[in-house]
Write a protein that binds this ligand. Structure first.
Ligand code: NAP
Length: 319
């Protein structure tokens, strides 16, 4: 790092409601602030609940997660906090500063840190069937990044939750055909999505399990069994989209030397300080007696964390 590199007053790790609120309040004290987010600004609101309504954020009787995430992000941008994408994999102390290191290979220097990573990162669950890993990226996928990728394709979607149904609805207009296979006889998704799938030109196959994916370098066929009759059906297809839920990624927290509660929660004091000087935390990632995981409490904790950072920066322990 060059001696002229920017040194932030505070780097906030995580851009959900807690991290973004920390950004807004840090700017009210004119602290130079950077917020790093690995997935989507707005956190869980943006990528887990974009079209689900939030009913417990005061002054909004009901607001969709995606819209609330956007408003949070706009407010934070207006405040003058910088925002960047990056998955933080390491924190290192360097004298009076910290180095915040991302998976993307960037290092940021800062005087204080606020950890606001919420529930942490998740990755899609795998079916672990023959052909799945071999053909990943060549027709096997877990996400719709751009629905136009499915234009003119015959797509088989696996899953019965909101992700599977919403993806089916998203691509049905451009795909050549969409088949949705689900292991049970009914969906677990929201009624609104179930109703829309029923009305759309989507072939639904219940009690069906995908057992192997075949193809020469690219997906060509999917083998599906009816789990009541054991009848086998082979579908000629171009893509398999698997949406059977998410599981948490391995967390880097335990190697950062901060007192934890279990593997994934950070113990904080009433001022949101952690066991490491200069590192504070707020939101779903913190643990303290009486902790309640709400957007509003996360925001409140963020304000407390910022005020503690401010005091810490004005009277550092080495002064
Ligand atoms: P999910 O709700 O956990 O659904 C996973 C689906 O995959 C279930 O239908 C499950 O079947 C099936 N499944 C699991 N393991 C399987 C296996 N080994 N083989 C075959 N099928 C398997 O996951 P999700 O759809 O990704 O949603 C995750 C959360 O995000 C949910 O709370 C959901 O409501 C939410 N979400 C919300 C929105 C929105 O608000 N618009 C959008 C997307 C997701 P069973 O039903 O038989 O268990």
């Amino acid at each position: 790092m060059s001696p002229h590199a920017m040194v932030y007053d505070v780097v906030v790790v995580g851009g959900g409601p807690a991290g973004l609120t920390a950004g807004i309040y840090a700017r009210t004290r004119s602290l130079s602030t950077l917020i790093l987010e690995a997935q989507a600004m707005g956190g869980q609101l943006a990528w887990l609940y974009p079209t689900k309504s939030v009913y417990d954020y005061p002054s909004y009787i009901a607001i969709e997660g995606g819209e609330l995430a956007e408003l949070f992000t706009m407010h934070t941008r207006e405040s003058g906090a910088e925002m960047a994408s990056g998955e933080v994999v390491d924190l290192k102390r360097d004298g009076q500063l910290f180095h915040v290191i991302t998976r993307e290979g960037k290092t940021y220097e800062t005087r204080a840190i606020i950890l606001a990573m919420g529930m942490g990162l998740f990755e899609p669950k795998r079916l672990d069937i023959p052909g799945e890993a071999e053909l990943e990226g060549n027709g096997v996928t877990y996400q719709v990044k751009d629905r136009h990728e499915f234009r003119g394709k015959r797509v088989l979607i696996v899953g019965g939750g909101d992700s599977a149904l919403e993806y089916a609805l998203e691509i049905v207009a451009s795909a050549k055909e969409v088949t949705l296979v689900h292991r049970r006889g009914e969906f677990r998704a929201m009624e609104k999505n179930v109703e829309a799938v029923t009305k759309a030109p989507i072939r639904v196959v219940f009690n069906a399990e995908l057992t192997s994916i075949e193809g020469n370098g690219r997906v060509e066929q999917a083998v599906v069994y009816d789990n009541r009759t054991l009848k086998k059906t082979v579908f000629d297809i171009d893509s398999v989209l698997i949406n059977i839920g998410f599981e948490p990624k391995i967390t880097p927290l335990p190697k950062w030397g901060i007192a934890l509660e279990g593997e994934r929660l950070i113990r904080v004091n009433a001022d949101m300080s952690t066991s490491v000087r200069g590192i504070y935390a707020c939101g779903d990632i913190v643990s303290y007696p009486g902790k309640d995981k709400r957007i509003v409490t996360a925001c409140g904790e963020a304000v407390t964390a910022v005020m503690s950072v401010y005091k810490y920066l004005k009277s550092p322990y080495w002064a």
